[in-house]
Design a protein around this ligand. Structure first.
Ligand SMILES: C[S@@+](CC[C@H](N)C(=O)[O-])C[C@H]1O[C@@H](n2cnc3c(N)ncnc32)[C@H](O)[C@@H]1O
Length: 226
């Protein structure tokens, strides 16, 4: 198994962030639908969903349209990303509906047990201290609150990595920095065993961990509170 190469840190370069936002708006529809399906399975019709590492806000914007009774909040360490997320929400007529703010996965800007569902999409590999984040998630979530987290995993076979890297470069490859993005993200991701170990050591309970090709999904297993 290859050693993890950390990709901690945030996109601060405006041009790269704008490019990521544009491509995400163009190509993230299917990933958004897949996350929506898992969120809908939690049967939450009202309350607060917090998206950690929201980037340009594509996931909360998409989900908010399908789940109008839910209040969405998105946080990210990158001020540029938060600016883009706000702009994207405005463009979709959701500027007043979704709150985007700067914030860290290690210190979630919310009261204890105040969140109905927590999302964390393609962000776990940026976190060098996942147990700290899982503990924060446990603190923030209401009793019985749900979570859906998706990321890459380092158990992915080199054949699959090669195929998805080609696809990535086809869609995201025009920017020289973005071009390397898929490989860097996979190298920075955790193995299933590492992630299971972090979860077991954390205060987050009632989770299941499973893979779908290049992805690792972590989901709550209890029905959410009403
Ligand atoms: C690959 S992007 C994913 C964005 C979005 N979730 C998506 O899938 O389109 C990862 C995001 O995590 C943010 N990030 C990195 N470290 C973070 C941290 N410690 N706390 C909050 N956000 C962080 C980055 O700024 C970046 O916007």
């Amino acid at each position: 198994m290859k050693k993890r190469i950390s990709e901690a840190g945030i996109i601060e370069d405006r041009e790269l962030a704008e490019y990521y936002s544009l491509m995400a708006k163009r190509y993230m529809r299917i990933p958004c639908q897949r996350v929506l399906k898992r969120v809908m399975a939690k049967e939450i019709e009202k309350g607060i969903i917090l998206d950690v590492g929201t980037g340009p806000g594509i996931f909360p914007i998409f989900l908010s349209k399908a789940l109008p009774g839910i209040q969405f909040k998105g946080i990210d360490l990158s001020p540029v990303m938060i600016e883009l997320a706000r702009r994207n929400a405005m463009e979709e007529g959701l500027g007043d509906k979704i709150e985007f703010a700067m914030g860290s996965a290690y210190s979630l800007p919310c009261e204890d047990h105040s969140i109905d569902l927590l999302l964390c999409i393609n962000t776990l590999h940026h976190l060098d201290h996942p147990i700290h984040f899982f503990n924060e998630a446990a603190r923030a979530l209401k009793e019985g609150g749900g979570f859906v987290m998706v990321d890459f995993h380092r158990d992915t076979s080199s054949v699959l990595i090669g195929v998805f890297d080609l696809l990535w470069k086809t869609f995201f490859g025009r920017h020289p920095e973005a071009r390397k993005g898929f490989l860097e993200s996979v190298q920075s991701s955790y193995t299933i065993a590492e992630c299971r170990d972090f979860l077991e050591q954390s205060r987050l309970k009632y989770w299941k961990l499973y893979t779908r090709t290049i992805e690792m999904w972590i989901e709550s297993t209890r029905p959410s509170s009403p």
